[in-house]
Structures are given as C-alpha cells and as structure tokens.
Write a protein that binds this ligand. Structure first.
Ligand SMILES: *Cc1c(COP(=O)(O)O)cnc(C)c1O
Length: 442
C-alpha cells in the first residue's frame, strides 16, 4: 500500500472553547449523551462542515467519518441532490400542519421496499416510532407485556429503557433514573440470540405478551448479527403465541439492503419501525404494517398518536431525495458497500492480529464494530467483556490520525457510499500504526 497516516499535529483549542461555552447552558454541553466523549476521553468535536466521507471540525482538522450521524448518512455528507431538495422545499414554506404530497411520495417508496407494510405513519424520531408501535401492538392484541432484548436500544421512552445498550450501557446506568419501577414492570428483557429464553417467557406469561421488539441486526451494543435461524425462531414463536413481532429497523432499514434486515434475512415481521436513513439527515421516524393493524391508529381507530411537525416538508424532501437515489443505484450501492466494508474490517482485524491485539470484528453489510476482546460477541454478556479502556486508546489514536469512529465501544460504525478505497487504505494504515505504537492493549 505504501500509505502513511502520520499523527496530525491536531489542534483542539477551538472545539474545547466551544464545548466549555456549551457546558454552561446545555447538560454536558451536548444534546445527546454519547456525543460528549465521556467513555473515551478527550475533547468532543465541534463540526463545521461535512462533505462526502469527510468531516471538518472547528480547529480545521479533517477526518474520515465512520459515524455518519449515527446511521442516517448512507450517501455521505451533503450528497448530490439532497441539500438542493431541502432548499427547494424550504422556499415554499417550512411547515404547514396540513398535508403535502411529499408525505404520500415517501410512504410509497417505503411501502414498495417493505412487503408487509401496507400503511405507514411518519413521526419525528426513532424514539417516537418504537413508542407508538408498542402502543399499537398493545391495543391490537389487548395484552400488556412486551419483550425486548438486553443490549437492544429502541429510543428513550420509559418502558424501553431497560437493559438498553449503547448510551446507557456506556454510562453504566441500569435503565434510567426517573423511570418508576412500575413503568417497566411490563417490560421483559431477555438475552439476544437465545430463542429458548423467549419460549420460556411465553410459557410463563402465556397470552399476556403483546409484542416482541428486536433490532434484527443489533447496532446498539455494537454490531451483533442474529445467529442462524434466530430471527426465524422469533417469527415462529410470536406467530404461535398470537403476539406481534416488531422489527426495529431504525438503523438497519435501507442500510443492510434496500428492504432492510427483513429483506436480507427473508423474515416478515408484523410491524416495522423506521428512522435515520428515511429522513436523509433530517428528523424523521415512522412505523408501518398491515392495514388492519395500522387502521387502529387515530383518526381511524382508538390508538392516539400525533405530531405538530410530523411529515414535515423539509424532512420528507430530504428522505425522498435519499431514498430515490438509493433506489435508482441500489444494484451497485449495496454490493459496493459490502465489498469496501469487508476490505476495511478485514484489513484492521488483520493488523490487530499481526500486532497481537485481541480484537473481534462483527460486520453485517456496512455496519460493523471492532470489539477489544477475543470474542465471539453474540449478546450483551459477551459484548460487556470488552476492554473499553483499550477501545478508548484506539479511538483517540485513530482520531489523531484523522479517523473519526463512534466514541463508544458499544456503537456500530458505518461506511457510506461516499467512502473510497483511499479512505479505507488510510484507515487501515492508521490502525497499523496505532497497534504498533500506542500500546492499545496494554
Ligand atoms: C437510533 C435508534 C433509535 C432511536 O432513534 P432516535 O431518532 O434517536 O430517537 C431506535 N431504535 C434503533 C434501533 C436505533 O438505532
């Protein structure tokens, strides 16, 4: 390769100053906790600009970005057509609290990609999507209990903040303060990749479980793929017990395939939740399913759910431009992402092996995590065995070499269609140097 990735004389003064100012007014200086770098140390970046696979911070450092706004940016930053679509929509007014044609346009694309979705409702975040889908599942089944899996994150609604991975796991908080026990008593948290545990729960709570909600490929304890036939087992068990299966595809939808994880693994859930990519970088979430379930939502049915800015014209425009681009390039984009992601993860994993650093890589398509453990990582218990201090050293060393990874061991990294072989070579070279010089595993 002959590539070098020397440590930059990286300035942080401007970001540090902005962080200090923000901290006086905003808790931790951030509007979402993992952004604060608490588990990796160092100065959180203040971003000035993003273009393609790159970010520039307030100190004019340039980074290859593997965070991608935590998932939405499958086409990279400011991809051709998306800023233009947002601008064109904005010129006609930013919000009406009444319907625009773009809502049905976006609905049509999502419905075409997800065969079990006949109707869809747009909301403003993934959190709202999962919260609403669970309300709907409870109303439809007239049952109270819900099942989630340890390490899966479904947003920050009270009932779902139980063993909830990523941000929560990073901070070591069991659930969250401010959530009364009574509010989570109806949430059963089971180990992921263990169909037997689900069978037992259905025996114990027979005819009482409204739904099982799962990240079909987990991204929020780092990337953890489903074991072979695990998703098939979830489908079979929920069907047999007249319980709904909810695939939370907020992260995986339009990422692992145009039709999400359910296309990739060939499983049809009852309800699907969306977010991230469908908003093209603007705040959007959605939930969808068969008409006979979705028609229980107000105004047709008794399940109340609403939103002042839901279906916002700018957000719909960004989502539409993104999904239309993906649809017309899907025969090349997903195979390209697969190949380049494999090249990247295999290169870094090999570099760790050469340097004697224990590293276990999980990857599905363009979602991946380098776990600092021998592995395998198949659920929350095995993910939690990671050497998070080693990860933190790796993270900081890579940042100094111009590579921006998610600032937590328990968050998936993403490749976008804007990443190039040059980016990948630079990243592998940076990892080699890091493993050789930084005593990551010491
Ligand atoms: C990001 C995420 C959410 C929450 O979405 P927000 O838009 O952050 O509220 C829910 N579920 C999964 C699987 C996610 O990755």
């Amino acid at each position: 390769m002959g590539l070098t990735a020397t440590t930059m004389a990286r300035h942080v003064e401007a970001s540090r100053k902005l962080q200090k100012r923000a901290e006086q007014m905003i808790p931790g200086g951030v509007n979402s906790p993992v952004r604060a770098f608490r588990s990796v140390g160092g100065d959180p970046l203040f971003i000035v600009r993003g273009q393609g696979s790159h970010l520039w911070d307030a100190d004019e450092n340039r980074y290859i970005d593997y965070v991608g706004s935590w998932g939405p940016l499958i086409l990279g930053h400011a991809p051709p057509g998306v800023p233009e679509a947002i601008g064109a929509a904005a010129k006609n007014g930013t919000s009406f609290g009444a319907s625009t044609a773009a809502e049905a346009d976006l609905a049509e694309i999502v419905i075409s990609a997800f065969p079990h979705v006949e109707k869809i409702r747009f909301v403003n975040s993934g959190t709202e999507a999962t919260m609403s889908a669970i309300r709907l599942a409870r109303a439809y089944t007239q049952r109270k209990y819900i099942v989630k899996f340890e390490g899966c994150y479904h947003g920050h609604a009270d009932a779902l903040l139980v063993k909830a991975g990523s941000g929560v796991a990073t901070l070591g908080i069991p659930g969250s303060a401010g959530v009364p026990e009574e509010f989570t008593q109806l949430t059963l948290a089971l180990p992921f990749n263990d169909a037997g545990a689900l069978e037992l729960a259905f025996k114990k709570f027979s005819n009482q479980i409204a739904c099982v909600i799962v990240e079909p490929v987990v991204g929020n304890m780092g990337c953890v793929p489903p074991a072979p036939l695990y998703l098939d087992a979830l489908r079979e068990i929920t069907l047999r017990n007249n319980s709904l299966l909810i695939f939370d595809e907020v992260m995986t939808g339009f990422r692992l395939a145009f039709g999400g994880a359910q296309e990739r693994y060939g499983i049809l859930p009852d309800l699907t939740t969306f977010g991230k990519i469908i908003g093209g970088g603007l705040p959007v979430g959605a939930y969808g399913g068969p008409a006979h379930i979705m028609d229980m939502v107000a105004p047709l049915g008794p399940v109340y759910q609403a939103g002042t800015l839901s279906g916002n014209p700018l957000a719909m425009a960004a989502g539409l431009a993104t999904l239309r681009y993906l649809r017309s390039h899907k025969s090349t984009i997903y195979t390209g992402l697969e190949m380049l992601s494999a090249q990247l993860t295999e290169g870094v994993t090999a570099a760790a092996k050469d340097a004697g650093v224990p590293l276990c890589c999980n990857r599905v398509g363009s979602m991946f995590t380098w776990y600092f453990t021998d592995g395998p990582v198949t659920n929350w218990t095995s993910a939690a065995k990671c050497d998070t201090e080693a990860f933190a050293r790796f993270f900081r060393a890579m940042l100094d070499r111009g590579v921006y990874l998610p600032p937590s061991q328990f968050e998936a990294a993403f490749l976008s269609a804007a990443h190039t072989e040059k980016d990948v070579h630079h990243t592998i070279a940076a990892a080699k140097q890091t493993f050789a010089t930084s005593h990551v595993a010491s």
